[in-house]
Design a protein around this ligand. Structure first.
Ligand SMILES: Cc1ncc(COP(=O)(O)O)c(C=O)c1O
Length: 365
């Protein structure tokens, strides 16, 4: 039997009744934009994260963009980013005219290396966007310390970290704002696009609420220039149903990660490690292997799907060639991008499937 890299239908079937009821409730009510499901989801997700405000937006990239804008980032500013993430983690800064400045990552966690931030700060630096990559929070304490010293805004990219913990606090709730994506493959995924910003800062929350809805304060009254980036009612209703299962699903992912760690014994691969400050929620199970392409082919021959996150770092993408950053500029980032391979990781994987994946990895020479 093949083990696909990802399989979303089994999750739907597991909670089919709840999803179908949620969706038909929206059709019955027939108010599709900014109605009771969005406001209830915002309250429920804020409460889940221990944060004061949650603002539902169109997707994770907009969550980041609107948080940066509301935090005062503008064209010409510099924003410290990482290069080994979904490109949205960088586009959020560059598409508002700010310059992304890349900080290298730690080899072990793939996350922003706090010790390398200082050297990248200039008088133009305005913000830092640490990504909690693969579901393990970045080491936020030294990042926040540096930010405070230089009066920088910190926006957490928690798009892969729904329910992850940093020193007991929910990822996304640690800095001035935290941003989430509800892309279908996330630990809390919609059935389409969706996103949210969370913050304890009431002024920032109000600004983001305006920015997502044409800059409106009241209908047809526009205080600022804004966008159209709203979480829709259907997605919010689905997310409300799924949020009730998030902790159970995250625990299941952690059990699968534990089983992989017990079963996989191959010196050619380095498995993900959970740092003492983190509760990793394994949105992506990222191992490292110097012969990654060969491993991928071997897994495929054995019926096991895998995926690379991310093959080309942002600073080497054609879209950012104008930044003039040469290969070798971010050695650890580039090394992780050459070695990373993701194994199947979703709550509905059976123990037999995890064993099959592990056997396939173990038989790789
Ligand atoms: C780390 C990270 N940041 C940002 C995003 C962007 O989210 P979205 O696809 O919802 O715009 C994603 C999702 O792919 C992501 O994984």
């Amino acid at each position: 039997m093949a083990v696909p890299y990802l399989e979303l239908k089994s999750e739907y079937l597991e909670i089919k009744k709840e999803i179908d009821t949620a969706v038909s409730g929206v059709f019955e009510r027939s108010c599709f934009v900014l109605d009771e499901n969005v406001s209830s989801f915002e309250k429920e997700f804020a409460s889940y994260l221990g944060s004061k405000h949650c603002i539902g937006v169109g997707n994770g990239m907009d969550a980041l963009r609107l948080a940066l804008l509301a935090g005062g980032v503008k064209a010409g500013d510099e924003v410290l980013c990482v290069s080994n993430s979904a490109l949205a983690s960088v586009l959020c800064a560059s598409t508002i005219g700010a310059k992304p400045v890349f900080v290298d990552v730690e080899y072990e966690t793939h996350n922003m290396d706090a010790a390398k931030i200082g050297a990248k700060i200039t008088p133009k630096t305005k913000a830092i966007v640490p990504v909690h990559l693969y579901g393990q929070p970045a080491d936020m304490a030294p990042i926040l310390e540096t930010a405070q010293k230089h009066s920088l805004l910190v926006v957490e990219d928690a798009c892969q970290a729904h329910g992850a913990l940093y020193k007991g606090k929910k990822a996304g709730s640690i800095a001035r704002a935290g941003c989430f994506s509800f892309y279908p493959t996330k630990n809390l995924g919609a059935y389409g696009d969706g996103g949210a910003v969370i913050t304890n800062d009431s002024e920032m929350a109000e600004k983001i609420s305006m920015l997502r809805n044409y800059g409106q304060t009241n209908r047809y009254e526009h205080a600022i220039e804004g966008f159209n980036s709203r979480l829709d009612e259907l997605q919010a209703a689905i997310l409300r149903a799924k949020l009730k299962h998030l902790d159970r699903w995250n625990n299941k992912r952690r059990e699968i990660a534990k089983l992989y760690a017990e079963l996989i014994k191959n010196e050619a691969v380095l498995l993900p490690a959970e740092k003492e400050y983190a509760r990793h929620i394994y949105c992506i199970y990222a191992l490292k292997c110097a012969k990654r392409e060969a491993l991928m082919q071997h897994l495929k021959k054995n019926g096991v799907g895998s995926l690379i996150h991310y093959p080309i770092p942002a600073h080497l993408q054609a879209a950012y060639s104008h930044l003039g950053i040469k290969k070798g500029a971010l050695p650890i980032t580039e090394k992780t991008c050459l070695e990373e391979l993701s194994l199947p990781m979703y709550p509905q994987l059976s123990e037999g499937q995890v064993r099959q994946v592990s056997d396939a990895v173990n038989s790789f020479l």
